[in-house]
Design a protein around this ligand. Structure first.
Ligand code: FE
Length: 208
């Protein structure tokens, strides 16, 4: 990506709410009011359940509604806002579509810019130096570490997030899901499939 400008506005990575939550968490822990382990459980919930569910609904909507998909790929910030149930995307959100020809993967090489409105809190590995450097140099190797094997002819495109531009991967709809409801499809959409380090679950892989 061109015009990558991290240095100027790093603070905007955390929303005001996130900053307030962190400050409160520190005070409450210091004073012994709360157990950090309990807080970890809450953070874990946001990291793996509530946040990514928003993104999963966005993806499932794109899978079932061609007009929405078109709108999402044209202007994801606007399209997501129109869904109504997700808090405003403060920064420019760009959706990138996986196809048999191209697989997309998201990284922030300089820090941890992440589309938290749709994916929740970033996973620890997303912020790690090895992921940030290797994702660009050896994306196929990183995918192998995540247990993702793609056909050789599939090109891997890596998108570098910034404080201003965040990316959401629109994974390919799994085969065998014809006629599924949006909610059922959303269960197949994992967080990692929207970062590009994973693929959606297959129909047989979810608990019935
Ligand atoms: Fe960043």
């Amino acid at each position: 990506m061109a015009d990558h400008d991290h240095a100027t506005d790093h603070g905007s990575e955390l929303s005001e709410t996130q900053l307030r939550v962190r400050a409160l968490e520190t005070i409450l822990t210091e004073k012994g009011y709360v157990d950090p382990a309990a807080l970890d459980a809450i953070v874990e919930t946001y990291e793996t359940k509530i946040g990514p569910r928003n993104g999963a609904i966005v993806v499932a909507t794109a899978w079932t509604d061609p007009a929405f998909k078109q709108a999402l790929l044209a202007d994801a910030t606007k399209a997501v806002a129109q869904l109504g149930h997700i808090s405003r995307v403060g920064d420019h959100l760009v959706a990138v579509e996986n196809t048999p020809q191209r697989h997309n993967m998201i990284v922030c090489t300089l820090c941890s810019c992440y589309p938290w409105e749709v994916l929740g809190l970033p996973p620890v590995w997303y912020k790690s130096a090895p992921y940030r450097s290797r994702a660009v140099k050896d994306p196929r190797g990183v995918l192998a570490d995540f247990n993702v094997q793609l056909p050789k002819e599939t090109e891997i495109r890596v998108w570098d997030s910034t404080a201003e531009t965040r990316f959401l991967v629109l994974p390919m709809r799994p085969a065998g899901t014809e006629g599924w409801s949006k909610e059922r499809l959303a269960d197949l959409v994992t967080r990692d499939s929207m970062i590009g380090t994973g693929l959606p679950r297959k129909p047989g892989e979810i608990a019935q």
